[in-house]
Design a protein around this ligand. Structure first.
Ligand code: MN3
Length: 201
């Protein structure tokens, strides 16, 4: 398997201020996300080695590291693109299939975000709140994942990282304030693009 790489951030480290501080972004992207990528590559390398040797017990023992770091890499790679500087036009959801689906299932974007926020705030410990698309029912769904578990049964559209590293330096213990503030920097164009791909593929 080829080396996984840290994707380029689509904006500057300070671009999400005042909602997310430059210090949080620097640590979150350059340390946490980079750490997931580096540790994933290490685990994948060891996995390939063990595979060559037919070393089954090592293969099994590497699975949790691959899930954790691989999930962290997948989740953050989506998360960065789900965000946009406050006040940018991408923060508004334009008319289209996603707007229609949200309206018919949740009433409005605000009502959807109220539900997603409540779920994300209630996660015990670290994890992610997600808006996803269910390919079987063709419906939007809300979900939560613990730790860095990736969202596998839905197509991920919009993720909210509620690990303390995502907000603690600015919001301290007030996870609900962070989740409320993040509405100002959601990149709805990105979410709509992901939805478009999910319904047509
Ligand atoms: Mn994180």
């Amino acid at each position: 398997m080829q080396q996984q790489t840290l994707p380029k951030l689509p904006y500057a480290l300070n671009a999400l201020e005042p909602v997310i501080s430059e210090e949080i972004m620097d640590l979150h992207y350059n340390k946490h996300h980079k750490g997931y990528v580096d540790n994933l590559n290490k685990a994948l390398e060891q996995y390939a080695e063990a595979e060559k040797k037919g070393d089954l017990s090592t293969l099994i023992s590497l699975q949790s590291a691959i899930k954790f770091n691989g999930g962290g890499h997948l989740n953050h790679s989506i998360f960065w693109t789900n965000l946009t500087p406050p006040g940018s036009p991408e923060n508004k959801l334009k008319e289209g299939p996603l707007a229609q689906a949200i309206q018919s299932q949740y009433g409005s974007v605000e009502q959807l975000l109220d539900k997603l926020s409540a779920k994300a705030v209630a996660i015990q410990g670290s994890g992610w709140g997600w808006l996803g698309f269910c390919k079987n029912s063709k419906q939007l769904r809300l979900a939560t994942c613990a730790n860095q578990d990736p969202l596998l049964d839905l197509v991920p559209l919009l993720g909210i990282d509620v690990w303390e590293h995502a907000y603690y330096l600015l919001y301290k213990n007030k996870r609900a304030d962070y989740v409320a503030a993040i509405r100002q920097i959601i990149n709805w164009h990105n979410v709509a693009e992901r939805y478009q791909k999910a319904i047509t593929s």
